[in-house]
Design a protein. Structure first.
Length: 56
């Protein structure tokens, strides 16, 4: 995903609730490894188990 597009996506991700963040994280295509890591930094740590279950 190009930088400007990712910046907008990341802003939307930050403002989303946890369920929407999970949906965005697992359904978006074209992200780089770096971009996935950037999104993880914005994911609520105490709810990371929900993301792990969705990825399984």
């Amino acid at each position: 995903m190009e930088l400007m597009e990712f910046q907008k996506f990341k802003e939307d991700f930050i403002n989303a609730d946890t369920n929407k963040k999970i949906e965005m994280y697992i359904s978006t295509e074209g992200l780089t490894q770096y971009q996935y890591k950037e999104l993880l930094k914005e994911f609520p740590y105490n709810e990371i188990d929900k993301l792990e279950k969705a990825l399984a």
